[in-house]
Ligand binder design. Structure first.
Ligand code: IDP
Ligand code: MG
Length: 139
């Protein structure tokens, strides 16, 4: 298992608001190396599959339609302690509660449209990386 890797999505709100470059800079400045990077778009079906773990939650339909609403940027990131350090960098799910200087505090507008995703465990990082990237797309 690749315990030094995590997976991120710059979500449709942040891409459409023009924050892609600033967010990628913050990630690089925090010491993460880019192992894979692309702009793409999720179909409704792909968004449902990616967030299947949340399909009983009341916000599931809104989450899926939001995530399929426009282009996203997906990346594989590498650093010691990648999963935990990246969750610290992005901040809490609700940007109102996020610490100053975190990506969600700086760029997110609401708990639903919160600018960025980060894997929550090494195990999920491996699953999420494989969902979005083939082996040959990873460097
Ligand atoms: P996380 O992204 O911080 O890991 P999760 O609880 O895994 O948060 O939720 C996944 C995503 O679902 C969140 O990033 C957010 O976009 C959305 N979400 C979570 N909780 C709520 C909520 O209470 N209302 C609306 N959307 C939510
Ligand atoms: Mg999560």
């Amino acid at each position: 298992m690749k315990t030094n890797q995590t997976f991120t999505i710059i979500k449709p709100d942040a891409v459409s608001n023009g924050h892609t470059g600033a967010i990628l800079s913050k990630i690089a400045e925090a010491g993460f190396r880019f192992k894979a990077l692309k702009m793409t778009r999720l179909s409704q079906t792909a968004a449902e599959a990616f967030y299947a773990v949340h399909n009983e939650r009341p916000f599931f339909n809104n989450l899926v339609s939001f995530m399929a609403s426009g282009p996203i940027v997906v990346a594989v990131l590498e650093k010691d302690n990648a999963v935990d350090d990246f969750r610290t960098l992005i901040g809490t799910t609700d940007p109102e509660a996020a610490a100053e200087g975190t990506i969600r505090k700086s760029f997110a507008s609401s708990v639903g449209e919160n600018a960025i995703h980060g894997s929550d465990s090494d195990e999920n990082a491996v699953i999420e990386i494989a969902f979005h990237f083939t082996e040959s797309e990873q460097f």
